[in-house]
Design a protein around this ligand. Structure first.
Ligand code: ZN
Length: 271
């Protein structure tokens, strides 16, 4: 069983010390996939200075030289991998970036080129800002050949671009929901990669304030029973003492199983 860890929102606004405080004793055990924003535009959240919540100004990652240097070292040491997390991560009046931006194709193409060049890293995964993707946003990402790590992406064929595998994947998820006794409205995280014509998708389990160890263990045990894999997703900027304690105890729970392999999130997609 593969076990991976994803952390969202590394960007110009990220202090290196904040990442180190959360992950110094974690990335020595499991590589952290940092879903990184290449040209961050501020929005209202902890860790972004208030004057940039609505300034609309875009900040290239390279303007945080300390972070870029740290990321290059962490990547070389295999403690970190980098995924593309939108282009600006900005919120539009009528939706999140990959629902509402007029040019998602350009954003994927240029964001990918920028991150791989600046960090001298392979980038093969996309994480949608706010886990939100329109049909066109999904096409843009898939056509760029990027795999998607999400949480609660829709598998309904009407919500997605159509390809030769869409219907079979929809049935797979339906069968899994039925086998696990879920009703239509019950949340479900399918524990295997879903392979589409030009990319694959994998759903993550969230660690947010209030998430308990029991909830994560239940998700992990279910994935394990199904012969699946597991990815935990969190945000460094909201990891406080209690959340960190849950994370460490959960890693211990996973590590106690002899067949669990801690891997970089990219490996969730390899056969
Ligand atoms: Zn985000």
């Amino acid at each position: 069983m593969k076990f991976a860890l994803r952390d969202d929102d590394a960007c110009y606004f990220t202090p290196v010390a904040r990442l180190e405080r959360v992950y110094h004793d974690v990335w020595t055990r499991v590589p952290v996939c940092l879903a990184t924003v290449p040209f961050a535009v501020g929005y209202e959240r902890v860790g972004i200075p208030r004057e940039h919540w609505s300034s609309g100004e875009s900040f290239a990652l390279e303007r945080n030289g300390e972070l870029v240097a740290a990321l290059r070292e962490l990547i070389a040491a295999r403690r970190v991998t980098v995924a593309l997390h939108g282009y600006t991560h900005q919120d539009f009046p009528d939706g999140y970036e990959f629902q509402a931006a007029p040019d998602p194709e350009r954003r994927v193409r240029e964001g990918l080129k920028y991150l791989t060049g600046l960090l001298q890293a392979d980038v093969s995964v996309f994480v949608p800002p706010h886990n939100a993707l329109s049909k066109r946003g999904l096409s843009a990402v898939g056509n760029a050949g990027l795999n998607i790590l999400g949480s609660f992406l829709s598998f309904r064929p009407s919500m997605r671009p159509w390809d030769r595998r869409t219907l079979a994947n929809w049935w797979r998820v339906r069968r899994y929901r039925a086998a696990t006794g879920r009703r239509k409205s019950d949340p479900c995280i399918y524990p295997h990669p879903l392979r589409y014509a030009n990319h694959a998708e994998f759903g993550c389990h969230s660690l947010i304030p209030g998430t308990t160890l029991d909830q994560l263990v239940a998700g992990f045990d279910e994935a394990r029973r199904a012969g699946g894999d597991f990815c935990l997703a969190t945000h460094y900027w909201e990891v406080d003492g209690p959340m960190k304690a849950v994370m460490l105890r959960f890693l211990d729970h996973a590590a106690a199983h002899a067949d669990v392999r801690f891997v970089a999130a990219e490996e969730l997609f390899t056969v």
